[in-house]
Write a protein that binds this ligand. Structure first.
Ligand SMILES: NC(=O)c1ccc[n+]([C@@H]2O[C@H](COP(=O)([O-])OP(=O)(O)OC[C@H]3O[C@@H](n4cnc5c(N)ncnc54)[C@H](OP(=O)(O)O)[C@@H]3O)[C@@H](O)[C@H]2O)c1
Length: 309
């Protein structure tokens, strides 16, 4: 299945966070294009079971924590390009937004500079904003700034919510709908999203990597359509062919619930995520997009039936 190497792509790429949801799709795409990929995160060997054998076989792995410069430096040695996909949805113990999104991003960028990697692609998010109501959004903005300070030619990628077989958003609400008679419409369900297909995000990375003119740019990736939070849940329930009560939950009440959820090892909702829902999560129109990269965004309606039934 591996083709002749694509000459426009770097030969050796280190991907921090390559074991994650987006990482696995990107790793597969790059390996199939003939690139040698090294996955760097805290337990990279675990990913082999989650990839097809032809992808897992040729993979290199490096145990690395973006909070530890020595492991980060070792992981980028010999790389022609570095991609940082590391991100967290909530803080737990030493995994803080500042430590992972801001300082971690800076560490990876410093290491890429020292290793002489030609390209650095950094994953941020729509909502990265120094004035965001959410610490997540502020730390993503601080991460972008740290990356640009170290390497102004780094390319930044900001997606809206990403969907696909192993996504967090639709799978989480589908499991909730399978056991609960009602789903919460936080803030009334009016927040707007522009969901983007994980394979389109992976393809965007490949095109950015293969075109030197993309250096220094910030891309915002969204799908073909904008939906409110309510519309997304309605679409999901229609796909599952179930009826559930959509219960409007004012932001203030959602915050109280989230306060208690935060005590769980894997909180389904945090107060910071409630704060994030106070702003729309759509492409701003001020940055290049999937279309600029020549990619036609895949509609949610064509992919959702392949993994939600
Ligand atoms: N999914 C979306 O809807 C979405 C939307 C916008 C932006 N993004 C951004 O896209 C990126 C990837 O998202 P995803 O959905 O693929 O997330 P994911 O599945 O949770 O993957 C995150 C990756 O980061 C690694 N990681 C976490 N802490 C680390 C640390 N201290 N050192 C090294 N690696 C660490 C994780 O591995 P270990 O924990 O095993 O080390 C994992 O490989 C994130 O930056 C996220 O903010 C995602």
């Amino acid at each position: 299945m591996t083709q002749a190497p694509d000459a426009t792509l770097p030969k050796r790429v280190t991907i921090f966070g390559g074991s994650g949801f987006i990482g696995r799709r990107l790793v597969q795409r790059l390996v199939e294009a003939g690139t040698t990929v090294r996955i760097a995160d805290r337990q990279p060997e675990r990913v082999r079971d989650r990839l097809p054998p032809h992808v897992a076989d040729g993979l290199e792995t490096a145990v690395a924590d973006v909070r530890d410069q020595i492991t980060v430096d070792a992981a980028v040695s010999g790389a022609d390009a570095v991609i940082n996909l590391v991100g967290i949805l909530y803080e737990k113990g030493e995994q803080t937004f500042q430590g992972v999104h801001e300082e971690g991003a800076g560490r990876v960028a410093d290491a890429a500079v020292r290793a002489g990697a030609g390209r650095l692609l950094h994953m941020s998010a729509i909502g990265a904003d120094p004035d965001s109501a959410a610490a997540y959004g502020r730390s993503k903005a601080a991460g972008e700034a740290a990356v640009k300070r170290a390497l102004p030619t780094a390319s930044i990628v900001r997606p809206s919510i990403v969907f696909g077989r192993e996504d967090d958003f639709f799978n989480k609400f589908a499991s909730m709908a399978s056991i609960s008679p009602a789903l919460p419409l936080i803030g009334g369900g009016r927040t707007r999203f522009q969901p983007v297909f994980v394979d389109d995000v992976a393809e965007a990375y490949v095109r950015i990597l293969s075109d030197p003119l993309t250096a220094g740019e910030t891309y915002e990736l969204g799908g073909p359509q904008v939906y409110t939070f309510r519309e997304l849940l309605e679409l999901l329930l229609a796909q599952m062919r179930v009826r559930r009560l959509l219960l409007p939950l004012p932001f203030a009440i959602a915050e109280v619930e989230a306060f208690f959820f935060e005590k769980l090892p894997k909180p389904p909702l945090t107060r910071d995520q409630v704060a994030l829902l106070r702003s729309d999560n759509v492409v701003s129109g001020r940055h290049p997009t999937l279309q600029t990269l020549g990619i036609t965004p895949t509609p949610l309606e064509t992919v959702l039936p392949t993994y939600i039934r």
